[in-house]
Design a protein around this ligand. Structure first.
Ligand code: MN
Length: 242
C-alpha cells in the first residue's frame, strides 16, 4: 500500500530525456501497483491552454490516461507554470483536478497538499503577480487569445520569471515558517506535502506542541524525484534517466 507524489517535472520539448523518464516511470510496476499518484504542480514548463495541439501535451495525456486505465487514480494540482490547465485536459488525461490546499487521507493520515508557492509569502512581488494572473477574468482573457499569441506570451513570462528568480535572494524564495504553521493549523493537520521550491527534504518540527512534518518534493531538472508514502513512513527517492 503506497501512495506516490511527484511535482516540478517542468516537462519541456527541450529536455526529451526527462519526458521519456516520466513516461517510463508512469509505465513502471511501482506506479501501476500504487494506491494513487499525485502530481502537485509544475508538471510542465509552460501550459498555454487545453486546446494546445503540440506533441508534448498529447504524450502527457496518453501516459497519465494509461495509469488511470490501470486502476490507479491520478490527481493533479496546478502549479505556477500550469495553472491554465483545466477540466478539458484533465478529462482527456483521466485525472482529477485538486484545489491548492486540499486535505486528503493519505495512508491513514490527514495530509495537507499544496503546490507550495502560496507559502513563499516573503516574496511579495511574486505574490502580487500570482494574485493577478489567477483571477478568473485574467485567465479568460489569456485563453481567448490565439494559440500562437499565447505561446509567445508564455515565452515572455518564462523570461520574466528567470529574471525575477535571478535577482531575488534565495531565502525569500523559500517557504515562510509562519505561513506553513498557519496553513497546517487551519487545515488541522500535522503533515504537509508540497513542491515548488526544488529543495527536497523531510522537515520535522513541533506545531502547537505536536510532532509535525513538512515534506518537500524534488524537481526533475537533472533526474526524477518521487515521494513514496506508506503506513510505515515516507521516502524521497531519485530516479535516474535511462
Ligand atoms: Mn512552482
Amino acid at each position: 500500500m503506497t501512495t506516490l507524489f511527484i511535482a516540478d517535472l517542468h516537462l519541456d520539448p527541450g529536455r526529451p530525456q526527462i519526458t521519456a523518464l516520466f513516461e517510463n516511470y508512469l509505465a513502471s510496476d511501482e506506479v501501476r501497483h500504487a494506491d494513487a499518484l499525485y502530481i502537485l504542480g509544475d508538471l510542465v514548463e509552460a501550459w498555454v491552454g487545453d486546446d494546445d495541439d503540440a506533441e508534448l501535451p498529447r504524450r502527457i495525456a496518453r501516459a497519465i490516461r494509461a495509469v488511470n486505465d490501470a486502476g490507479v487514480p491520478v490527481y493533479f494540482m496546478a502549479g505556477n507554470r500550469d495553472f491554465l490547465l483545466g477540466e478539458a485536459f484533465a478529462r482527456r488525461a483521466g485525472m482529477t483536478l485538486l484545489d491548492d490546499g486540499t486535505v486528503h487521507d493519505i495512508q491513514g493520515r490527514r495530509t495537507l497538499l499544496m503546490h507550495g508557492d502560496l507559502l513563499c509569502t516573503d516574496d511579495v512581488a511574486y505574490q502580487a503577480v500570482r494574485q493577478q494572473v489567477r483571477a478568473p477574468q485574467w485567465k479568460a482573457q489569456i485563453l481567448s487569445m490565439p494559440l500562437e499569441a499565447r505561446r509567445a506570451f508564455a515565452a515572455k513570462a518564462r523570461e520574466d520569471s528567470r529574471a525575477h528568480t535571478g535577482s531575488t535572494m534565495e531565502s525569500i524564495m523559500d517557504v515562510n515558517d509562519g505561513a506553513v504553521a498557519a496553513a497546517m493549523r487551519q487545515a488541522g493537520v500535522t503533515r504537509l506535502i508540497h513542491g515548488h521550491t526544488h529543495r527536497p527534504a523531510v522537515h520535522p518540527f513541533v506545531l502547537d506542541a505536536k510532532a509535525a512534518e513538512r515534506i518537500v518534493l524534488g524537481d526533475w531538472y537533472e533526474h526524477g524525484s518521487v515521494l513514496r508514502v506508506t503506513g510505515a513512513g515516507v521516502e524521497l527517492r531519485g530516479l535516474a534517466t535511462g
